[in-house]
Design a protein around this ligand. Sequence first.
Ligand code: HEM
Length: 451
Amino acid sequence: MNAVPGPRGWPLLGSLPDLTRDSPGFWMDLATRYGTVAVFRSGVETCHLVSDPALVGSLFQHDTQCCYKGRHTQRLASLLGEGLALLNGPPWRQRRQLLQPAFGRRPVSRWLDIVTAAWESQVPVWDEAAAHGQPVEMVTDLLRLTQEIIVHILFGRSVQHQVTAPILGAVDTLNRHLLRHLLREMVLGGRLNRWPLPSTRRFQTALATLHATLDGLIAGRNEGDQDEEALVAFLSNARDERTDARLTPAQIRDELIHFFLAGQETTAVALAWVIHYLTTQPTWAEEVASEADQMLSGRFPTIGDLSRLALTHRVINESLRLTPPAYGIGRRTSIAVELGGWRIPAESVVIVSPYVMHRHPDYWDSPTRFDPHRFSPSHPQPPRPRYTYFPFGGGPRRCLGRHLAMMEMLAITAQLARRYRFHRVPGPRVVPRGGMTLRPHPGVRVRLSLR
Ligand code: HEM
């Protein structure tokens, strides 16, 4: 078997400078230059980028047998606790089985009224900006909106702002420091993270606040009236069918933290990209608005309405194709793996990138063009292999919250397009920038006007 091709990179750092500057761009370049499997160094780590749909599929299919969430995620687990997204092996399987029932397409529909309420509390802010012709920063506003949604899904409809404010502040700090933490793990084996640097201290303080507030909330659950549809209630009542075991309060707390981290920014960023495309391509905005007018007769969408918003669905799919918030998915091989004639040794990092595969010129015509028709059943393009499109990942670890995310995105996109026109605000070109998610940089500033 031949040695996997790839760039030499810098002494000690390898390709870390390229990765920190523009990881999605660096991976695109690797796939173009080296093909289906490329190797690069990131500090002390040897990493393989896999960019072929059949190989991506085979990795996903055998995910939990040949790969695991590796050392860096384990270190994260020691900081953040072991939520589903960081568990491996049988503990992951048991936890996934336990949580799955709350996240099916039908069960998540019980939270649509929370999405409606969050929308209604945001509308006056946007109406006011529209009335005064003031630009709004959609990333910031949508982060606030999805934050409100997730808080009420987790803790119930009636939870008060003064209870959740410290949680939201702390989650914000964690979100801002996580990537730096992860990158430091790759250089000098994470020693930097054990120094008492100001950023590490802020991270630790935020985590301590989060633990204290969430522990209080979980312990106080039995007092007063409780929303039994809140996720915290589901987690407290969930039992393993075979062993009858329940989650401990600490496990519940850690899952709640992970739901914040996995579900809030991803959805807000995905929505911000949709608004970016609707602003830069107003004919699509008109089509989405007209579909919403026809289907919704002036009301907020019901669950039944959502499945009929076919064009809005395609617009969202196309936005997730061009700019998938989760742009890279990483694992560590637990055994040596043979992939397409290349040998990947045990304990290597393997990366598959939705961003790279969604723009792969072998599978997508004019890959950088925004064209929702690609997702129309009548589109003439021949069927594409399965793993050319996977914004929510694939295999057994596919996103647990994907039905919830799609419900939020469909309802909010349709409502936004029906109520407002989006106008460009002069400024620098908006480009994808890889952090914990693929954010629009420098943001999505638009002027809204009421339709
Ligand atoms: C547009 C929004 C979202 C995107 C693009 C997204 C994307 C993803 C992707 C790609 C994965 C697979 C990661 C991997 O294989 O390592 C994943 C996993 C996960 N997501 Fe999402 N996600 C979104 C929203 C949500 C929401 C709203 C929730 C829940 C509140 C959520 C919870 C999770 C969890 C718990 C996992 C881990 C699953 C496991 O390891 O078994 N996600 N997500």
